[in-house]
Design a protein. Structure first.
Length: 591
């Protein structure tokens, strides 16, 4: 029997969440201008009014309006411009859309907040087109670095270079060139996926890694045919380097606060008002709570915590947080990993990789360990979100969730999530809707990975179950959408384009039958994403009583020609009724 929460309408793709009847009634009154009850009193002056273009609400009760008014951070009226004009006072900020599109603020449903800021203060390896170019960037950084300091970079991907590295092993470069240009500075270059890293000889020396070092559970120290460590560390093997650096989360406080500032600024510039942080240690939660409380956190965060079960058991009750007092921080999820990434062949598959038949990938967690995490999540009322990319990993997590629900007496609207849900065996696709599991996808991964996915999986498996959004939606599953930044750019427009076209960089569509409609794509990044964090009563649609979070775009992404979608720009990002970002398309506001 398919699970469907009682409060969710049955119509596929038209979920409005737990909208209170009072708010819906207020919205309807604002729309119609009807008079009921006692005589009207003078309307309260608004802090913000938006009109002069198309306002798409994502609220099925009133899908589109001419004008919006906000007061004290909340939406107080929606309707015709004539209904809203009386709310304009001398202090009201009036945003004239000049024919442009206003939508609910984008909700980033899966990314890594502090890592976005951290990526801004290390080498950007998304630009180099060859391994030699990466080595040159490291050499330049070494020339400017203090003796012995770590050289860090992120974003390289061997399958996206214009030519294969030489020499190489299993498609990955060897550390020799890196070690030659940086003999005294340890180097750590994180793969675009975050699931692998290249290091030089100095870094391996500091970490105690040599040709005889055993692989850690769930990880691999890649060795060439002679048994020599190549410098490639897969999955949990990266932890050996983190240990050598003093562990994660040990950067100075000032540097970490700089990451908060840079990440906030980057997200606001892309129209993002709310953000699901997909797994952080408790120390990061402490930092971000201080930032939220003192007003330096620029956007709204909903966080998943990470840690071993012993730490979770000790801290979950203390850290559960629905609102820090100003709607900037909530803590409500637990993040775990079932497998690794497809690009590094760490995704756990039912059958061997087509381009490397000796492996089916890696299981990063023991099932019994995840079973205990599930018990803790139920005990402390947390959503459990498990990273699963390969078809075997997805099946294992679905089995585990089903088992946990049976022991709990049913799902009960727990809204547990599978993060990525990237490659799913067709037999398992209906289980998401049947169990009430949210599929948290990253559409831009499909178009980024598309050129090489058939090499990893083969055409038949790719067509049947790779990035299968259409099949999930048609089955009735809730699909929410993020970018996994800094793995990809935290850009909702690029993500939207990928969702509806599935076109890779050269314009070729990647199994386009699995694309979303434009309405579905926008919902996956607004109202449905809010549903994915139990926040649909607070944000995700433009509804009277909700937070006044609005994104204004230069082009109507719901109607413009497909080829124009990537050129849409963010003109305004409005957070709680205040303009938090003005883009280059801002021509000034006024009545």
């Amino acid at each position: 029997m398919r699970f469907r929460p009682a409060h969710r309408p049955a119509a596929l793709g038209r979920r409005t969440g737990l909208l209170r009847p009072l708010l819906a009634a207020a919205a309807a009154l604002a729309m119609t201008g009807c008079d009921t009850g006692p005589p009207k009193v003078e309307q309260e002056t608004a802090d913000l009014v938006i009109w002069g273009g198309r306002i798409v609400t994502m609220d099925d009760a009133i899908p589109e309006v001419e004008a919006l008014a906000a007061k004290d951070g909340r939406i107080v009226a929606l309707g015709l411009r004539a209904d809203i004009e009386s709310r304009v006072g001398d202090a009201t900020e009036v945003v004239d859309l000049e024919g442009r599109l206003a939508i609910p603020g984008f909700v980033e449903a899966h990314a890594h907040f502090l890592s976005i800021g951290d990526a801004k203060i290390q080498l950007d390896l998304t630009v180099p087109e060859r391994w030699e170019d990466v080595v040159d960037l490291v050499a330049e950084a070494v020339a400017d670095a203090e003796p012995g300091t770590w050289i860090r970079g992120r974003g390289w991907h061997q399958d996206k270079w214009t030519e294969a590295p030489s020499p190489s092993f299993e498609g990955f470069p060897l550390h020799d060139a890196l070690s030659a240009v940086s003999p005294d500075h340890p180097v750590l270059l994180t793969h675009a996926s975050g699931h692998a890293a290249m290091v030089n000889a100095k870094a391996m020396e500091l970490a105690g890694i040599d040709d005889r070092t055993p692989d850690p559970p769930g990880g691999e120290i890649l060795r060439d045919a002679s048994g020599r460590a190549t410098g490639l560390l897969n999955e949990t093997a990266q932890g050996l380097i983190q240990d050598a650096r003093g562990g994660e989360g040990q950067a100075p406080e000032a540097e970490r606060l700089r990451m908060v500032e840079l990440a906030s600024r980057e997200c606001l510039s892309k129209g993002i008002t709310s953000f699901h942080d997909a797994g952080s240690p408790f120390t990061d939660v402490d930092l971000l709570r201080r930032s939220a409380d003192d007003g330096t956190l620029g956007i709204r965060l909903w966080m998943m915590v990470e840690g071993p079960n012993e730490e979770l058991a000790a801290k979950l009750a203390e850290y559960r947080l629905e609102d820090n007092g100003n709607q900037r921080l909530a803590v409500g999820g637990i993040k775990r990993y079932m497998d690794g990434a497809l690009g590094s062949r760490g995704a756990w598959l039912l059958e061997p990789y087509s381009d490397e038949p000796t492996t089916t990938g890696l299981a990063l967690s023991e099932v019994d360990d995840l079973r205990e995490t599930a018990r803790l999540a139920l005990e402390h009322r947390y959503q459990l979100a498990v990273h699963a990319i390969g078809d075997r990993a997805n099946r294992q997590v679905l089995d585990l969730f089903s088992e946990a629900f049976e022991g709990h007496g049913g799902n009960g609207d727990l809204r547990w999530r599978i993060e990525h849900a990237q490659h799913i065996d067709p037999a398992d696709l209906p289980r998401f809707a049947e169990l009430g599991i949210i599929a948290s996808v990253q559409a831009v991964h499909a178009t980024s990975d598309g050129p090489w996915v058939p090499e990893r999986l083969g055409h038949e498996r790719s067509e049947a179950g790779a990035y299968p959004w259409r099949a999930l939606l048609d089955s009735g599953a809730v699909v929410i959408n993020g970018t996994d930044a800094p793995v990809e750019d935290v850009d909702p427009i690029a993500n939207f384009y990928s969702s509806v076209t599935r076109r890779v960089a050269d314009g070729t569509p990647f199994y386009p039958g699995q694309a979303m409609s434009r309405d579905e794509a926008l919902r996956s990044m607004t109202l449905d994403a809010a549903y994915g964090a139990f926040q649909e009563d607070l944000l995700g649609s433009l509804t009277v009583g909700k937070l006044a979070d609005v994104t204004v775009l230069s082009k109507d992404i719901l109607t413009v020609a497909e080829e124009e979608l990537p050129t849409a720009e963010v003109v305004y990002t409005i957070l709680g009724g205040e303009i938090a970002h003005r883009g280059s398309g801002d021509r000034g506001s006024g009545g």
